[in-house]
Design a protein around this ligand. Structure first.
Ligand code: KIV
Length: 264
């Protein structure tokens, strides 16, 4: 049975932690689903960790649809959330609804995620009214990198913190089913989590959120460009993969592989 928005609200009520990870392709989506993770985010972070770009800005709707379709196909239980890419929802309410609809109709997504607060409330309301669940995203919003000038802690100053708190309540009122809180102080995340009926899912927002999300390439040690403080690397898969490839190269060059057991 798929994890649904009802399960999401029940977990918050019962104070059970919600688990979320990103995935972008069949092998990892399949593994994340098999491990029993509640929600899979097909993040626009794929622009950086899959396509090797500097920011999340370049990834297109068609590319996000392609990856979301693969992830939905690879899973049985997890709720798949598609990240709406930069400029797919900012221009107009109509475009936002059309693009959110594409994720559901063409890719089979179960929800969409949008970055931002008060400035995108009409979009969140309209998508919700089209019966598509919306996950909000506040704090460090990577699509605002050009304005923010870097991936920095948000909500440190009282006026910034108040804005995030107010936006969280507004997102809930507009119909969001959950909100991702990225790189904000733990105490601020705690206050927001306690003030909302919908769950908060933290990334770099401390232990008090209702759930946690990480980029899977960070958790597995597959993204070497930088590792933020909030990432826990559970394995250094990059090194393991590199060693395996080097060993293969050496064995082919020395005539060790293929051996008789791999030959006909
Ligand atoms: O794109 C993404 O992976 C995200 C997470 C960092 C929450 O938005």
């Amino acid at each position: 049975m798929r994890f649904t928005v009802v399960d999401l609200f029940n977990k918050k009520k019962q104070r059970q932690k919600i688990t979320m990870l990103t995935a972008y392709d069949y092998p990892f989506a399949h593994l994340v689903d098999e491990a029993g993770i509640d929600m899979i985010l097909v993040g626009d972070s794929l622009s950086m960790v899959i396509q090797g770009k500097e920011t999340t800005l370049p990834v297109t709707m068609d590319e996000m649809i392609y990856h979301t379709k693969i992830v939905v196909n690879a899973t049985k239980r997890a709720m798949v959330v598609a990240d709406m890419p930069f400029m797919s929802y900012q221009i107009s309410v109509q475009e936002a609804v059309r693009n959110a609809g594409r994720f559901v109709k063409e890719a089979g997504a179960h929800a969409v995620k949008l970055e931002g607060g008060r400035e995108i409330l009409p979009q969140i309301k309209a998508i919700t009214e089209s019966e598509i669940p919306v996950v909000g995203h506040l704090g460090l919003t990577p699509q605002a990198i050009l304005r923010m000038g870097g991936y920095r802690l948000q909500g440190k100053l009282p006026e910034q913190a108040n804005r995030i708190k107010e936006d969280a309540v507004s997102l809930q009122e507009a119909g969001a089913v959950a909100v991702v809180l990225e790189v904000i102080p733990s105490e601020l995340a705690k206050e927001i989590t306690e003030s909302l009926q919908i769950p908060t899912i933290g990334i770099g927002a401390g232990p008090y959120c209702d759930g946690q999300v990480l980029v899977i390439h960070d958790l597995l040690g597959l993204f070497e460009k930088f590792t933020p403080k909030f990432v826990k690397r559970y394995i250094n898969l990059r090194e393991e993969v590199l060693n395996a490839i080097k060993q293969y190269k050496e064995e082919v060059e020395k005539g060790i592989f293929p051996g008789p057991e791999h030959s006909f």
